[in-house]
Ligand binder design. Structure first.
Ligand code: 5AD
Ligand code: SF4
Length: 466
């Protein structure tokens, strides 16, 4: 077992004192801008960073070139995520030449990788502030150090296994909110860097989660997405804790109108959870269930701990229990040693399951993971060609599924006006599919029933029902 470091209220009070000192510091930045890369976890961490900065009196800037503090909340899941983040940090160096008071910060998963601190110190001297995933809660202290010491502060702790409660959060949306239920991951899929940069799995206490959900409901939030690298194993690091299914049940009793969750691991998808989804109308009928590959040898090499047959059985059980449930997934092509036949098993699984949509990725070797040292890394051209074929299959299936929804009625949480056509409203259906429809802006932030009249390649069109 490993130790979970629950940050004490005293430590958090210290941070609040630091925050007050930053607030009244003569040199404090007036404005901030956060550039976020990667997954929902990172998006939510950025909401926490924003919350902490605003507690220090620092306000959002319209544009990153105008901000006094630019934070980059980075991702390192694939090489291109990392390249993009480093490219943007370097780009800002030029802006800083004209605005030397600008502070450049970098945090998140990329920073937590081995050797990163040394690399930053040497190759990125214009970065003023860097911290890892486990010590985010100490941002006030670090910022105060930057202001007082007038030198760069690079603080990347080895201890990632922290849980900090009660940090301020600046929610992006007044109607939809993320709520983290667990941090880190214990699965060590052989391709994945996450356990190395986000630490071991640690569940928040269910009472804290329910309290947060109640607060969100009281502030008018209509939909909560519970977040974790593997929400299905919620509580398994703490023998006193309830199961994920029970947690969903408790959150659904808070008065929230709709609950979503992500991400799930097929090996931990329990019958209890399927039953809860079948019986609980507050839980959206959508399941994001990453399969990664449809071939048993590759699944084994990936250390996924399930077989194709088990996955398909779970899908069948889910569909029987929750008719009309929408499934989505993540797929990796070009894993080391993947043959054409093995790749075709992924294609056949996609044909068999018929996902609403899928995130498809070319395998990207990550230093420190087991797969990065496997022999027979594939020719990138082979992987590219495979992903094109896979995407074409999925696009066809998505098109067929969306076309089949014509005439049905969806309950849509209206998010805003459509980016494409300002006369239209946009929101997400129960199955998490984008729906555009003619409606009144006063519906923004509400649930409305929309009759589906048409489908694009990945969105639905409709008319509001009275
Ligand atoms: N290369 C490509 N895709 C990856 N993913 C995780 N690690 C890698 C990697 N090294 C994908 C998986 C996961 C999603 C979040 O990112 O499909 O489910
Ligand atoms: Fe990575 Fe696997 Fe954990 Fe998902 S379950 S975060 S893919 S190690």
């Amino acid at each position: 077992m490993y130790d979970i470091h629950r940050i004490s209220p005293e430590e958090l009070q210290h941070q609040q004192l630091f925050a007050q000192q930053v607030r009244f510091h003569p040199d404090r930045p007036q404005t901030y801008y956060i550039v976020t890369y990667g997954c929902q976890m990172n998006a939510h961490d950025s909401e926490i960073i924003a919350g902490m900065l605003e507690e220090m009196g620092i306000m959002p800037a319209q544009d990153r070139t105008q901000a006094d503090l630019v934070m980059h909340n980075t991702c390192c899941i694939r090489e291109n995520a990392e390249r993009k983040a480093l490219g943007n940090v370097t780009w800002l160096k030029e802006i800083k030449k004209e605005r030397p008071q600008m502070l450049i910060g970098v945090c998140g998963c990329m920073i937590q990788q081995e050797r990163m601190a040394a690399k930053l110190l040497k190759q990125y001297p214009f970065v003023d502030l860097a911290f890892g995933t486990g010590n985010l809660y100490r941002l006030p202290e670090y910022l105060l150090d930057v202001l007082n010491e007038k030198q760069r502060v690079i603080r990347i702790d080895k201890d990632m296994n922290t849980v900090a409660e009660g940090l301020p959060i600046r929610y992006e949306s007044p109607t939809k909110a993320y709520l983290t239920i667990a941090y880190g991951c214990n699965n060590f899929c052989s391709y994945c860097i996450v356990p190395y940069v986000r630490g071991r799995e640690r569940s928040r206490l269910s009472d804290d989660i329910v309290k947060e959900a109640e607060g969100l409901v009281a502030s008018g939030v209509k939909e909560i997405t519970l977040l974790g690298q593997n929400v299905n194993s919620y509580g398994s690091d703490n023998s006193d804790e309830i199961s994920f299914a029970r947690l969903l049940h408790r959150v659904s009793q808070t008065g929230i109108e709709r609950i979503r969750f992500m991400t799930s691991h097929p090996k931990d998808l329990s019958d209890e959870l399927i039953r809860e989804m079948a019986e609980n109308p507050v839980i959206a009928p959508h399941f994001h269930l990453p399969v990664q590959s449809g071939n048993n040898r590759i699944l084994h090499e990936m250390n996924r701990q399930y077989k194709r047959e088990h996955y398909l059985e779970r899908v069948q059980t889910l569909r029987k229990a929750v008719p009309g449930i929408g499934l989505t997934t993540d797929l990796i092509v070009g894993f080391p040693g993947e043959t054409e036949e093995e790749f075709m098993d992924t294609v056949s699984l996609v044909e068999e399951v018929r996902y609403d949509s899928a995130f498809t990725f070319i395998y990207s070797p990550r230093k420190g993971t087991k797969a990065a040292d496997m022999p027979s890394q594939l020719d990138p051209a082979v992987a590219s060609e495979r992903i094109e074929r896979l995407i074409a299959v999925q696009e066809r299936i998505t098109g067929e599924i969306l076309a089949g929804m014509k005439g049905s009625v969806s309950r849509v949480l209206v998010e805003g006006v459509s980016r494409r056509r300002e006369t239209q409203l946009t929101g997400k259906s129960e199955r998490n599919i984008n729906v555009n429809f003619n409606g009144d802006p006063s519906d923004i932030g509400r649930f409305v029933n929309v009759r589906i009249t048409g489908a694009g390649s990945n969105t639905l069109r409709g008319e509001k029902e009275d």
